[in-house]
Write a protein of this length. Sequence first.
Length: 121
Amino acid sequence: MTTSHSPAAASPSSSNGEYLSSLPRWRQFLSTLNWRRDPGYELRMLQYEQRKMQHELRMKQLKSEIEQIKKETEQLRRENARLRMLNAKTKNLLSYVDQHCFPPESNSTPIPPIKPGSSSS
């Protein structure tokens, strides 16, 4: 609300001197002010409430997104741990295959081909 001072601007019944004297001091002071309604106040309050509701909605959305990211992060951590375990198993299997299928003392020369038409029986 906006105010402006006006000299002794009283209520419509200012002709009655007892009216002002019967009021509390703060009411007497207010009666000396020329109160005007601020036409933009309600609009500003409405805009403020709308922004406040939008902000609260956005905060809920962000909290939801944060929770989703936390869940996905935990899932990725579990998946990475599983992949590390599988990689370790694969390396162990490959080393086992190398040791048993390709021993170091094995001959690296190829087996000679069998000629067609010759029977080995």
